[in-house]
Write a protein that binds this ligand. Structure first.
Ligand code: C2E
Ligand code: MG
Ligand code: MG
Ligand code: MG
Length: 291
């Protein structure tokens, strides 16, 4: 079968396109059902201070818990939700759950000052965002300093004045801005200059490469991480390493002057009731075998 493509005439219609379309419809309908039946949750992954080993905050990661299919990860859902326009509804649901969850976790001894870092895609920057954040902060009795907005370079790319205004407003209100997946985009460094960034998150590919089997990859990526850390520090940003899976990575990052980290070595993203139980015990459990 053939299908007309707007610009350059014809295009082969692969069966995989049919499959893709079917998949889209399926995910879309799951999103609708999920919103209706409250299947969306905000899992939390602890972020720790590499030096003191204490939990300083959590990254909120969206999960859809389908009663038959189990837990669906965010990447595909978000991609499709952006295309179909449901991302705003999902985002608001996750925002609400994230505040509720942080408020729950704050009752665990030692967790009263922890923060939640919430991921935002470009389309979630609606003009109502600052007001929405302020009213949630008020309702859940969470000071704005405990809220971090995680954005990727995609949000900043076209220097959209509306997005800049919203970021400035949210930042002025006391929330902090984290630049996610740092180092993987086109011109990471220029964003540090032009936007109110408080936190730089070193992408997990760097963390992984630091313990690659090839010595030259290890050496180069360690130099890169050290450089990113030095620049971030000069820009007065806090630095978080993503994707720590081994104690060796933890130790290397700590030695290179990285402040904080998150990753499976510390904890996977979890539902908040499980995290409450886990944090009630000293977390140091697995972190203790780090020197
Ligand atoms: P991200 O913001 O960079 O989040 C980190 C991802 O790495 C998460 O994947 C997390 O589960 C995973 N991760 C954490 N530690 C480790 C580790 O040690 N090793 C490995 N291999 N992976 C680790 P997840 O939850 O599948 O999320 C994927 C992406 O989807 C996120 O990347 C973020 O860009 C997006 N996302 C997640 N939740 C939301 C949301 O509520 N809204 C929006 N707009 N995007 C979201
Ligand atoms: Mg140290
Ligand atoms: Mg993130
Ligand atoms: Mg990331």
């Amino acid at each position: 079968a053939k299908k007309r493509d707007g610009k350059n005439g014809v295009q082969i219609f692969h069966p995989s396109m049919m499959e893709q379309a079917a998949r889209r419809v399926e995910v879309e309908s799951n999103i609708q059902l999920g919103l209706e039946h409250d299947w969306f949750d905000s899992y939390f992954q602890p972020i720790v201070d590499l030096n003191t080993k204490s939990v300083i905050g959590f990254e909120a990661l969206m999960r859809m818990i389908h009663p038959q299919k189990g837990i669906l990860a965010p990447a595909e859902i978000i991609h499709i939700a952006e295309e179909t326009g449901t991302i705003g509804y999902i985002g608001n649901r996750i925002l609400e759950k994230s505040f509720a969850n942080l408020s729950e976790l704050s009752r665990v001894p030692g967790m009263a000052d922890t923060y939640v870092a919430i991921n935002f895609s470009p389309l979630q920057f609606e003009p109502s965002l600052p007001v929405r954040l302020a009213s949630l902060a008020d309702r859940y009795n969470i000071r704005p300093g405990r809220i971090v907005i995680e954005i990727t370079e995609a949000v900043l790319m076209n220097d959209n004045p509306e997005i800049r205004r919203i970021l400035d407003e949210v930042s002025g209100f006391g929330c902090r801005i984290a630049l996610d997946d740092f180092g993987t985009g086109y011109s990471s460094l220029s964003y540090l200059n032009r936007f109110p960034v408080d936190i730089v998150k070193i992408d997990q590919s760097f963390t992984r490469a630091m313990t690659d089997t090839a010595p030259e990859i290890r050496a180069k990526s360690r130099t890169l991480v050290e450089g990113i850390a030095a620049i971030s520090r000069k820009m007065e940003c806090k630095i978080i390493a993503e994707g720590i899976e081994t104690s060796e990575q933890w130790q290397l990052l700590d030695q290179l002057g990285i402040d904080c980290g998150q990753g499976y070595f510390i904890s996977r993203p979890q539902p908040v009731n499980r995290l409450q139980a886990m944090l009630a015990e000293p977390l140091v459990i697995r972190v203790e075998d780090v020197g």
